[in-house]
Design a protein around this ligand. Structure first.
Ligand SMILES: Cc1cc2nc3c(=O)[nH]c(=O)nc-3n(C[C@H](O)[C@H](O)[C@H](O)COP(=O)(O)OP(=O)(O)OC[C@H]3O[C@@H](n4cnc5c(N)ncnc54)[C@H](O)[C@@H]3O)c2cc1C
Length: 449
């Protein structure tokens, strides 16, 4: 049993970001991942019928995701992220499409000026509230309640009509938080509004990968980490983490090996971390209590291949038909032609979808597509895949406020990362990168003392 400087548990985006951060500062970590590949919840696989590399679910970023973009820069795949210059999304309802289009000169609020799905009075009331948030004109009393109330509730209390909430605010909150607006904590909803919607026009712009997620993240990360001296142990589960009398940690692996280090970064999801921490050591009780208190929210991705093109734009949002966000993978990945078109319908906060059989999901979504796109009826569906991820992200709801753990959990040498930790961000790839870096900084600090 030899000592390692830092052991990282889990090779998702948080674990990768922690490892990259350490390597760039001269520390060669050991990273353990249970699967044969890195990337965690952001991965792709080859679809048997089309032969295409498809994602477990469409992953989108906003321009404000600077730390994730930095990570791609390190991995050499930044140019494979298509980040639009400004927010510009066609939104459809009742067969009418209206774009939410920011102005380079007048900013993101200008997107509302021509947004036809809302009456002028609603648009003005949203713009007024955006300015109130921007100027931080939120009273002390209100501020106190932001941790305990939902964003939807808070918006109503600020005079936002249910139509404005449904047709503007939810459009962003549901996919970003993977959770209904009536569940998301007001504090987090406001934080997101400030950083993305009230940031620069580039901050609110949408970006999507032009290649499969594994090609974007997992594969180049394996290459980056491996070639710079990270000890990469894949296909191996962490089965236990225990503290020994020396204050070091012993990490037990599924191949019966035990590794030892004074610095362990957990980049595992809450359930996975809970299952490897000992129940017999009271030091971990508070951490374990938080890990079991968080709630999860599913995402359902529906992949559809039409014989001929159905849509021309890369992305479209829907306020009706249950479609939420529809991505044109063929256009996004520059495979546009008259031939088959690959569409991905992404359903967030998908509790009701996740409980349906896959055939039922497919049937409902393809019939909604027929009503949504003129070119869909009569256009043969030649292939499909439904991917359900039940624990896609945690719910950033009021009860998560006290249970999203800090990187520093007051257990010397144990540092916690993962999109679900207390980053101040939604549970996203950006949050995962931020958390990995924060945990790595704590390990570096400890190594230097
Ligand atoms: C369908 C879907 C769509 C999404 N869409 C978006 C989006 O549009 N934009 C966005 O920003 N985010 C999106 N997300 C969220 C994003 O994928 C996550 O925020 C991010 O991938 C989390 O990374 P992580 O490293 O924190 O956790 P994980 O990816 O869960 O990493 C944990 C790692 O630990 C490994 N592991 C587990 N147990 C063990 C063990 N015992 N031993 C060793 N290894 C173990 C796992 O295999 C995994 O690789 C989406 C997620 C899903 C599922």
């Amino acid at each position: 049993m030899s000592d390692r400087d830092v052991i990282i548990l889990g090779g998702g985006i948080a674990g990768i970001a922690a490892a990259v951060h350490l390597l760039k500062r001269g520390i060669k970590p050991t990273l353990i991942e249970r699967r044969p590949f890195l990337g965690g919840r952001a991965f792709s696989f080859v679809d048997r019928i089309s032969g295409e590399e498809i994602d477990n679910g469409q992953h989108v970023i906003l321009g404000v995701c600077h730390q994730f973009l930095d990570l791609l820069e390190d991995l050499g795949t930044r140019d494979q992220m298509d980040l639009r210059p400004t927010l510009d999304v066609p939104v459809s309802m009742n067969g009418i499409t209206s774009n939410l289009r920011a102005s380079r000169v007048f900013g993101n609020a200008a997107a509302l000026l021509n947004y036809r799905h809302l009456r002028l009075s609603n648009r003005i009331s949203i713009i007024r509230l955006l300015f109130k948030i921007k100027l931080n004109l939120i009273s002390r009393n209100e501020s106190k309640r932001l941790r305990t109330m939902s964003f939807g509730h808070w918006l109503s209390s600020q005079g936002q009509s249910s139509v404005a909430i449904e047709r503007f605010w939810s459009l962003f909150i549901l996919p970003v938080f993977n959770c209904a607006i009536d569940e998301v904590t007001a504090l987090d909803g406001l934080q997101f509004t400030r950083s993305a919607l009230l940031g620069s026009v580039r901050d609110a712009a949408i970006g999507y990968p032009k290649m499969g997620l594994s090609s974007l993240i997992g594969t180049p990360a394996t290459e980056f980490l491996g070639s710079r001296g990270t000890e990469l142990i894949t296909n191996t589960r962490v089965i236990s983490v225990a503290r020994c009398e020396s204050g070091q940690f012993e990490v037990g692996l599924s191949d019966d090996e035990t590794l030892r280090s004074g610095n362990v970064i957990s980049a595992l999801a809450p359930n996975a971390l809970n299952s490897v921490l000992p129940s017999s050591d009271a030091t971990f009780d508070a951490v374990k209590n938080s890990l079991t208190t968080l709630d999860y929210s599913p995402i359902v991705a529906v992949h559809l291949w039409y014989e001929k093109p159905v849509m021309s734009v890369p992305v479209m949002a829907f306020l009706d038909l249950g479609l939420q966000w529809v991505f044109n993978d063929s256009v996004i990945r520059d495979r546009s032609s008259d031939g088959p078109q690959h569409i991905v319908v992404s359903l967030s906060g998908a509790d009701s979808w996740a409980s349906l059989r896959k055939e039922e999901v497919l049937e409902r979504i393809s019939s909604a597509m027929q009503r949504a796109f003129r070119a869909a009826p009569g256009n043969k569906l030649i292939n499909s895949a439904v991917v359900k991820t039940l624990e896609a992200t945690i719910k950033v709801n009021p009860s998560s406020q006290d249970h999203r753990l800090d990187a520093d959990v007051d257990i010397a040498g144990l540092h916690i990362a993962g999109d679900w930790t207390n980053t101040g961000l939604p549970a996203t790839m950006e949050g995962a990168v931020k958390s990995g870096r924060l945990a790595a900084d704590l390990a570096l600090k400890r190594l230097s003392t």
